[in-house]
Design a binder for this molecule. Structure first.
Ligand code: ADP
Ligand code: MG
Length: 723
């Protein structure tokens, strides 16, 4: 049997398609009740569920837990009972197991697979935790769907209207969701846009009323109930009761027993309750209007407002919505059961396939108006053939990545998948990335929920992409792909350049302090370090002809291999004198021209000078990494002096390499180099290769951590196995 399960914050329910009628039906629990409180009591005999657990909880017993769904996906324990820690996922696994057992007993069949509902506003992590809890309860998860979508499916069964726009207003115990759904054609149900608040539900109404009761008691009796833990627990429970009474009557009587005052009755009028909680309703109104705005519609375009969730039983809800919209909300579905019934229908439906979103589509999608408003709403009818319905859902929020702006002056949120886009969907973007020479190049991916600036978004997860190979000139292109699967679970992949293999990627905790992403980025976060290089070329007589030509070729190809956006190169000609023929310059063409223009003997034909004083003068005060590459041929006249001047450069942390050919003396090359490895004796034909190697290893010591936005490069999506 396939089941639909509404795993609620306060109540849960299970439904399945009834074989004979082909319609969804609630499967009662072992107490015969259609809904099961989402409460667990831990006793010496094991966990207790159902009304027994809820009664114990309401009586204030401390071995009970409820509303754990609000903390779904959190790694830290939700509670600790009898010395044992439980996360929300652990508790949900226990509850799901119980729901499964009860339903199997009632139906006389085992449940192989289930569709489980979650609030539309559940984040990826919470969805993953829900899937994991179900697996631990022995359930195979066919699909995770959004509660409002499930409610709309249930509603659609009996009230299908062609081209109708239904606003599903779901106010439960702990969460609020509002979703605009479109019934298109005969059988297509599309979610258009959705919004919600994770921390807004019936409990907040209870809390308001609780605080009010405490104040009243203090004012009227002089007793402070805050002093007595038992009285406080009692008041919290009474508040919910009082709220429910006020759904039936204009006035409720709340009986309180106080330690020094005895029994005492507080009267609360519905009007009082309404004004105490008016701002909570306003919060829901703001979200309703956001949903309409995103879909590009007005209240007059809405066909029906559908009420779901136990808290919509408060009369203030339909009254408020009527004032806001001019429409009488309908409550044709049983708010406690609709979600499970819709989930049961979903068990019979086919999954939509992935759409891919390339950059031009992304731009269009951001400004998308979701609804086709031309057609008038058609006649209401029942659906007879479930198999024919097609249901599509959307991303509840945009997903972006922290990147560095094109100018390099800010961290930005680069949207990869827009909000309210039909799922499943995947989309990829390309970023410029700077690699270091050390070989541990890593990119940090912070997933942002929402399309505001990085710090104004929720940052649900951080990934680190590793194994990035060094690119030419230290630069490379990284392609990052986000996918939102049909369950609303996010996956992140990365590839380098045009490579067809995914780079290794791992999850890391999001740091507590993210404030630096509100400031301008430091260059080292997204760029190679600034590099200054001086090339000194021996122009003495022995270089004339072929040697000088090969040396110039090698030096020019070196210039071409450097990333000149972070490198400056200067040129020295040296023989009997040393002369700076080009000061530090970041224009590759000018560097090459200066190299080409050097003539043999232009500073004399002998070797009485060395270039190190000039190198020190030109590089000594530069910031970032500094290098000198000296190309020598033969033997210099004043070697001791040259070595002394070279040591001054080493002391100033100028990394010095000496390349010698012809009669160059290997020991001398070592002495003027800043390390033995930098002393290279090569043949004339190897010069270009040697310079090429130096260019390769001269990469920055640090690699960037962030991708830089660039519009030059586009990325296509790619196939990856589903997790
Ligand atoms: P969830 O889906 O979050 O588990 P439900 O949709 O079952 O929540 O709604 C539970 C909430 O509805 C609780 O806060 C409960 O107090 C409230 N509720 C249930 N019945 C009523 C009623 N008659 N009047 C007002 N609130 C109610
Ligand atoms: Mg619910």
């Amino acid at each position: 049997m396939l089941a639909g399960i509404d795993l609620g914050t306060t109540f849960s329910a299970v439904a399945a398609i009834d074989g004979k009628a082909g319609l969804p039906k609630i499967i009662p629990n072992r107490e015969g009740s259609n809904i099961t409180p989402s409460v667990i009591q831990f006793t010496d005999e094991g966990p207790v569920f159902g009304s027994e657990a809820k009664d114990a909880f309401d009586a204030g017993e401390t071995n009970c837990v409820s509303t754990f769904k609000r903390s779904m996906g959190e790694d830290k324990p939700y509670c600790s009972i009898n010395g044992k820690d439980y996360t929300a996922e652990d508790l949900s696994a226990l509850l799901l197991k119980r729901l499964k057992e009860d339903a199997e007993a009632a139906a006389g069949e085992s449940i192989e697979e289930a569709v489980i509902t979650v609030p539309a506003y559940f984040y990826s992590k919470e969805r993953e935790a829900t899937i994991s809890a179900a697996r631990r309860a022995g359930l195979k998860v066919r699909k995770i769907i959004n509660e409002p979508t499930a409610a709309a499916i249930a509603y659609g069964l009996n009230h299908w209207r062609t081209n109708a726009r239904i606003l599903v207003y779901d106010l439960g115990g702990g969460t609020f969701d509002v979703t605009l759904v479109e019934m298109k054609n005969e059988s297509e149900l599309n979610t258009i846009s959705t919004e919600g608040d994770h921390y807004l539900g019936g409990q907040d109404w209870d809390k308001r009323l609780g605080t009010f009761l405490v104040q009243r008691i203090r004012e009227e009796t002089g007793e402070d109930p805050g002093k007595n833990q038992n009285t406080l627990i009692q008041i919290t429970r009474l508040a919910e009761n009082c709220k429910k009474q006020l759904s039936q009557k204009q006035e409720a009587k709340v009986p309180v027993s106080l330690p020094n005052f005895g029994h005492y009755i507080i009267e609360v009028k519905r009007e009082e309750f309404n004004s105490l909680t008016a701002d909570l309703l306003d919060k829901t109104g703001v979200l309703c209007e956001a949903v309409l705005r995103q879909a590009g519609v007005r209240w007059t375009d809405i066909t029906d407002i559908l009420l779901v969730g136990g808290s919509t039983r408060m009369p203030q809800v339909p009254e408020y919505l009527f004032k806001l919209s001019g429409k009488k909300p309908i409550s044709h579905v049983n708010p406690d059961e609709a979600v499970a019934l819709g989930a049961a229908v979903q068990t019979t439906l086919k999954d939509p396939v992935y759409t891919t979103l390339d950059k031009p589509d992304l731009e269009k999608a951001k400004g998308r108006s979701g609804l086709n408003l031309s057609a008038p709403a058609g006649q209401e009818k029942k659906i007879s053939n479930l198999m024919g319905i097609r249901v599509s859902d959307v991303t509840p929020h945009a997903l972006g990545i922290i990147a560095v702006s094109e100018k390099g002056d800010a961290y930005i949120n680069e949207t990869i998948i827009p909000a309210n886009y039909p799922i499943p969907v995947k989309s990829a973007r390309a970023f410029r990335f700077y690699t270091g020479s050390s070989g541990d190049n890593e990119l940090e991916v912070y997933v942002l929920q929402g399309d505001k600036r990085p710090l104004e978004c929720k940052i649900p997860c951080k990934y680190v992409v590793s194994g990035i190979r060094r690119g030419k000139g230290g630069k490379t292109t990284l392609r990052i792909q986000y996918s939102y699967n049909g369950n609303g679970v996010i996956n992140v992949q990365a590839r380098q350049e045009d490579d067809a293999v995914d780079l290794p990627i791992r999850k890391e905790p999001v740091p507590d302090d993210m404030s630096k992403y509100g400031l301008p980025p430091e260059q080292k976060e997204f760029m190679a370090e600034k590099t200054s290089v001086f090339l000194a070329l021996d122009v003495s007589g022995s270089m004339s002809g072929k040697p000088l030509i090969s040396a110039k070729d090698a030096m020019c190809s070196f210039v071409e291999q450097m990333d000149m956006s972070v490198t400056r190169i200067g040129i020295i000609a040296v023989s009997d004198q040393s002369r700076v023929v080009l000061s530090l310059c970041s224009d590759a063409r000018r560097c090459c021209k200066a190299i080409r223009d050097i003539e043999c003997g232009e500073t004399g034909f002998g070797n009485s000078a060395d270039p190190f004083d000039d190198i020190l003068k030109e590089l000594g005060h530069e910031e970032g990494r500094r290098f000198a590459i000296v190309l020598a041929d033969g033997v210099w006249s004043h070697q001791t002096r040259a070595v002394r001047a070279a040591k001054a450069c080493h002391k100033a942390e100028i990394e010095t390499a000496a390349i010698g050919f012809g009669d160059a003396d290997k020991q001398f090359l070592r002495d003027i180099s800043s390390s033995d490895a930098n002393a290279l004796k090569v043949s004339q034909s190897e010069l270009s290769k040697t310079f090429g190697k130096i260019a390769q290893t001269m990469g920055s010591s640090n690699s960037g951590k962030f991708g830089k936005k660039t519009d030059e490069i586009n990325a296509e999506t790619w196939e990856t196995p589903e997790l």
